[in-house]
Design a protein around this ligand. Structure first.
Ligand code: ADP
Ligand code: MG
Length: 557
């Protein structure tokens, strides 16, 4: 461990693996910004810096990949050579604030790991010398200096990210929208396991219906036209396989910026937008689900509802209340992943099962109160339940991947055929006003974390090893990089140590954590010190993980 000076940069080794089988060694290189030679305007604001660092991460990754430096030789058994890879995690389609490349104290710093080359248990000195002496310098030279990069391309990346951020943070609000989808956007992906865009030749490009057209002017001077989804309740309807879920999925990740060429760069969603789904089997702790579920058999309370194994409807109710209390202003819901009995109850069922025997008040009966009373919009994909026409402000029909505004027709139908009686709301504001809040208990979180040697790590993008327990995030759609999963685990520990004190709500705790990250950078939450493997999550996803931690305890007020 220590610092080595190269001709043009310094190398800092923060951790040396004690053994070829141990986690890889952690390294950083620092290039003085003055020598890297980038134009100052590329890092003149926070968001530009995020775009800039994201680009450099991609370049560093590409260099290690092109040079084959990130691949270790095939294993040749115990006595054969192994290790020798220089690795930085490959960034996905989204542009995030990460710790892989960052700017700090006048340096551009890149962080990566090296698996030290070895045979058996001994490090191979000569190969190690070659990695540090011959392989690393050109990777640094080719990725962290202005003279080696295509500056036009870099600038386009930075400006696009700045435009995207502006669209989400400023334009949406100015126009009273919760989402915007630019004309020409490519929403479908290459495949279910490949997040790259579908070939432009195959994809139908997005085109707004005239009645929903909105125009935005972005900082770069670029003007875009696209579909604006106004605040309120919007339905996305249409036959099966016509592109409804594809649109909603693009909106889910519309809370993040994308790389130019992704096709979804100018698909923006309210930055607090949360995907809601049924998630049976999840753990729920002390959530007030009483606006949706009441009078459970045997008087089980729903003002502070806990279960290690929620049903479809209780999990969906908990997901909504948790998101609301974490500060969402926009729910994104796809019928495909909802509990039917949570969404609707038809006339015949109301006839057969008396209301006082039915604990569930379906979403359709609360959706307008949530908007009118609390300003929480919903975008809902629905193919099968026309009752929602009664409560919708806008109805968008997807037909062969093209959206049409069918609001007027849907409203006519809703007048002509009254459909099922919707238990009207409006009088139930009090239910939401009276929601009880949860104040996380630090000891419960730290107690779980301290088990099993206190390890906190991301097993996969959807699973955090948190001390003695695994947190499952399969139902949390808006964690989109493993870097975020790691940061979420670390942030929970940070939050427990710093801010959980029985007197701050989940939202108050996580807003403070987010402010610290904003002021000090992601390193502030890192358990392992300076690592290159963290990506910034939203407070909403940290809340989602905390809410799914089995054994977490809250004070309720
Ligand atoms: P729905 O939810 O309406 O049943 P999906 O959104 O699941 O439909 O889309 C069905 C299929 O159509 C998917 O395989 C998807 O990749 C493809 N698809 C969606 N949108 C487009 C588009 N704009 N152009 C080409 N293919 C698309
Ligand atoms: Mg679908």
């Amino acid at each position: 461990m220590g610092t080595w000076e190269y001709k043009d940069f310094s190398l800092i080794v923060d951790y040396v693996q004690s053994d070829p089988f141990a986690p890889p060694s952690r390294c950083r290189v620092r290039v003085p910004a003055s020598q890297a030679g980038f134009p100052a305007d590329l890092t003149s604001s926070k968001i530009r810096t995020v775009g800039f660092c994201d680009y450099l991460s991609r370049m560093f990754w590409r260099e290690t990949n092109d040079a084959g430096a990130d691949a270790a030789p095939e294993s040749q058994g115990w006595h054969g050579s192994k290790g020798g890879a220089i690795m930085m995690e490959k960034p996905g389609q989204h542009v995030l604030e990460r710790t892989s490349v960052l700017i700090s104290k006048g340096f551009i710093e890149a962080r990566f790991t090296i698996t030290l080359p070895a045979r058996g248990r001994s490090i191979e000195g000569l190969r190690a010398a070659a990695i540090f002496g011959d392989e690393l310098p050109p990777i640094v030279a080719n990725s962290l200096y202005a003279r080696s990069l295509n500056l036009d391309h870099l600038r386009e990346h930075v400006i696009s990210v700045e435009d995207q951020e502006h669209l989400r943070r400023v334009s949406l609000n100015k126009l009273g929208l919760v989402a915007f989808v630019a004309n020409g956007a490519v929403l479908p992906r290459k495949s279910g396991i490949d997040d790259a865009p579908m070939d432009k030749a195959k994809a139908i490009l997005f085109e707004t219906p005239p009645s929903l057209a909105a125009e935005v002017k972005l900082p770069s001077g670029r003007t875009l036209t696209g579909m604006g989804i106004p605040k309120g309740i919007a339905l996305i309807v249409g036959g099966g396989f016509h592109g409804k879920s594809t649109l909603l999925e693009a909106l889910e990740v519309g809370v993040y910026n994308h790389v130019p060429g992704d096709g979804r760069e100018f698909v923006a969603t309210d930055l607090t937008g949360v995907k809601i789904r049924a998630e049976d089997g999840r753990s729920v702790t002390s959530v007030d689900i009483s606006p949706f579920i009441n009078n459970l058999p045997f008087q089980k309370s729903t003002k502070s509802f806990s279960t290690p194994d929620a049903s479809g409807s209780t999990s969906q109710a908990a997901n909504i209340i948790e998101a609301v209390q974490a500060g969402t202003k926009c729910l994104l819901v796809d019928e495909d992943t909802c509990a039917t009995n949570f969404m609707i109850r038809d006339a015949r069922m109301q006839e057969l099962v008396a209301p006082d025997k039915e604990p569930i008040t379906p979403f359709i009966s609360r959706i307008r109160t949530m908007y009118e009373h609390m300003g929480i919009s919903t975008i809902l994909v629905i193919g099968g339940a026309g009752d929602y026409f009664d409560v919708a402000d806008h109805v968008i029909m997807m037909d062969c991947y093209k959206p049409h505004d069918v609001t007027a027709r849907a409203k006519e139908i809703s007048k002509e055929s009254p459909g099922n009686k919707i238990r009207r709301d409006g009088s139930d504001k009090a239910l939401f006003d009276g929601l009880s809040f949860r104040y996380p208990k630090s000891q419960s979180v730290l107690g779980i974390q301290s088990q099993s040697k206190g390890r906190v790590s991301a097993r996969t993008m959807e699973r955090i090893e948190f001390g003695g327990i695994d947190i499952e995030l399969d139902g949390v759609a808006q964690v989109i990089e493993k870097t975020q999963t790691r940061a979420i685990g670390d942030a929970m520990v940070y939050a427990a140590n710093r801010y959980m004190n029985d007197n701050l709500t989940v939202k108050e705790v996580l807003d403070r954590v987010d402010l610290d990250i904003e002021d000090e950078g992601l390193d502030c939450i890192s358990i392992m010190g300076p690592v290159g493997t963290l990506g910034r999550p939203r407070p909403l996803e940290i809340a989602a993980a905390l809410n799914r931690l089995r054994g977490v305890a809250f004070k309720i007020r």
